[in-house]
Ligand binder design. Structure first.
Ligand code: NAD
Length: 253
């Protein structure tokens, strides 16, 4: 894959859930495109290791997106470290529990909705005013094709992702006058450790999940990061309130 241009030169991007998988790939891509990046994650150690490998334009902070004070602190950390904020990516999601609505524990339901949906609300609540004060920018929620089409035994995950897609639209309506664009990005299956909770390796994941995608394979995290960087950049200056499917055609049929 080619890495294009310096579309994010001098902009500051806060990524919630940056320590691994898609979040880490987005952080790398943003740095490659000239941004300064705050890697915020529940797990501080891997976030700090990532920021170390990314160099002086990256910094890490501990952040639990389900906690209002923690979300506020992460935004304040970005302000103190880099003086402004141009982009927010909400990427965090709790491990998904495989269960029907009948079998799912109430606590598992609450955890998935809390991290995946309420977390986006809390991060946005504190980040949008700083993006506004910085002259406008872009918010990107990492959704899923399962926010558009349902799948078996993933009721909390499907509901959280559908909510996230519509939260982006509602925020886009409210904040367009402030030049804050808000979009969601919905991947298909992506080769991250998230899949290794269900499959022994990526080859096995690809063999099972790949055929459900029109392109016949699962994605690499860098393919999702490329689309996120586009939505963060001024190349997407006329895009708000949209859900970008980056799903290899999964939801097409
Ligand atoms: N991997 C896939 O197949 C796939 C497909 C579609 C959508 N997605 C979505 O992409 C996003 C990233 O997925 P991934 O595969 O990279 O998963 P991942 O588990 O590798 O990454 C999730 C990150 O979020 C962090 N996190 C979890 N709870 C948090 C909290 N309370 N506060 C802050 N950070 C927290 C984790 O520490 C981790 O770094 C998720 O929103 C996921 O639903 C993934």
């Amino acid at each position: 894959m080619t890495t294009a241009m310096n579309r994010l030169q001098d902009s500051v991007v806060l990524i919630a859930g940056a320590a691994s998988g898609i979040g880490a790939a987005i952080a790398k891509r943003c740095i490659a495109e000239g941004a300064m990046v705050v890697c915020a994650d529940y797990n501080l150690d891997p976030a700090m290791q990532l920021a170390d490998t990314l160099g002086p334009s990256a910094a890490a902070c501990q952040c639990d997106v389900t906690d209002s004070g923690s979300a506020r602190s992460a935004v304040e950390f970005a302000r103190q470290k880099f003086g402004r904020l141009d982009g927010l990516v909400h990427n965090a999601a709790a491990p998904s529990t495989s269960a029907t609505v009948v079998d799912l524990d109430e606590s598992a339901w609450r955890r998935e909705i809390d991290v995946g949906l309420t977390g986006a609300f809390l991060m946005s609540k504190y980040a949008v005013p700083l993006i506004d004060a910085s002259g406008g920018g872009s918010v990107v929620f990492i959704g899923s094709q399962f926010g558009r089409v349902a799948t078996t035994k993933a009721v909390a995950y499907c509901a959280a992702k559908a909510g996230l897609i519509h939260l982006a639209k509602a925020m886009a309506v409210d904040h367009a006058p402030d030049k804050v664009r808000v979009n969601s990005l919905s991947p298909g299956a992506v080769a991250t450790t998230r899949l290794l909770r269900r499959f022994r390796d990526f080859e096995a994941a690809n063999a099972t999940l790949g055929p459900a995608h029109l392109l016949g394979r699962i994605a690499e995290p860098e393919e999702i990061a490329a689309a996120a960087a586009f939505l963060l950049s001024s190349d997407a200056s006329f895009i708000t309130g949209s859900d970008m499917l980056v799903d290899g055609g999964y939801a097409t049929r």
